[in-house]
Design a binder for this molecule. Structure first.
Ligand code: ATP
Ligand code: ZN
Length: 287
């Protein structure tokens, strides 16, 4: 029987939807009815295993799955020896220290001798150790933010994306100590050449999808005299396509710009007289 690669995906939660969307964008077809435990793609040798995110690193280590998508926080906390194949860039969050408003926080050293509630004792422990700070950990797996109010902890260390939950519980986020996003992890040794090849094919597609999502395709009309300045602004691109318009002295420019700098570029283009700026997403992009 031909080999298939088995990927573990969070069954339901913050990682599920985006993980499946990314794989779909790789042109891989599957039912994606996450209520089932297991399913196979119909046009690629890939099998999905839908599980709790906490279980994914151990499943990979034990060979139940070959690769998986988890938050970097989960992977680092468990410290299971695997390899990070890609940072997928979504599910961005930070691990932060938060304290009640009355806590006189002056930096990590204020945590000396305090009780800190967290689900991440390893990540936090390593950071405090580096600073020579000793604290005791109250390990909780959920509702970390209520522990100071009920007198169980003096401070907390928890994942934050917007900070709204902290504010609701009368806590101030005082320091961010660690950043996380979703990562694709796998065993260091896939165990068979065929599996490694399937993984390489998947990675090639994933890279194209990720590259595309970091860029936008833009088209606009521009007074020809500003072409040099514009080329300077959108310097990253090697060869914009420039076509003359019927109206003398005007050209149409088409190029690819990075998502990161998009709004800065956009404003500068407008200042240089760019008109009819049209922006479209890119579905896939190879090097
Ligand atoms: P499961 O039932 O699978 O164990 P869970 O409750 O542990 O789910 P989620 O809350 O779905 O997990 O979070 C999964 C991951 O999403 C986290 O490990 C983290 O990497 C990421 N994440 C992004 N933003 C946040 C946030 N604001 N709070 C918590 N996790 C976040
Ligand atoms: Zn979990």
């Amino acid at each position: 029987m031909a080999e298939t690669l088995r990927i573990a995906i969070q069954k339901s939660g913050r990682l599920s939807e985006k993980s499946l969307e990314m794989i779909k964008n790789c042109g891989i077809k599957f039912g994606s009815d996450a209520r089932v435990l297991k399913e196979a793609a119909t046009n690629f040798p890939l099998e999905f295993l839908y599980v709790r995110d906490d279980d994914i690193p151990a499943y990979i280590r034990d060979g139940i799955a070959d690769v998986g998508i988890v938050g970097r926080n989960e992977y680092d906390e468990q410290a299971i020896d695997l390899t990070v194949l890609r940072d997928l860039g979504f599910a961005k969050c930070r691990l932060s220290i938060a304290v009640p408003h009355a806590f006189p926080y002056k930096g990590l050293s204020s945590l000396q001798g305090k009780r800190i509630a967290t689900s991440y004792p390893n990540i936090l422990g390593n950071i405090l150790k580096e600073q020579g700070i000793q604290a005791s950990f109250v390990q909780v797996s959920g509702s970390v933010e209520i522990t100071p109010a009920v007198g169980v902890a003096d401070a907390i260390c928890d994942l934050v994306s917007t900070g709204a939950t902290l504010a609701m519980n009368g806590l101030s986020e005082v320091e961010s100590i660690y950043k996380s996003s979703a990562v694709m992890i796998g065993r260091k040794d896939m165990g068979s050449d065929e599996k490694s090849q399937i993984l390489d094919r998947l990675m090639l597609r994933l890279d194209a999808v990720m590259r595309a999502s970091n860029y936008k395709y833009i088209m606009f009309n521009l007074p020809e005299e500003h072409l040099d300045q514009v080329a300077h602004i959108i310097g990253g691109m090697k060869s914009p396509t420039v076509t003359p318009l019927l109206e003398k002295g005007w050209v149409s420019v088409q190029t690819v710009v990075a998502e990161d700098t998009f709004w800065d570029d956009f404003e500068q283009l407008k200042e240089l007289g760019a008109q009819g700026i049209l922006v479209t997403p890119i579905e896939k992009m190879t090097e």
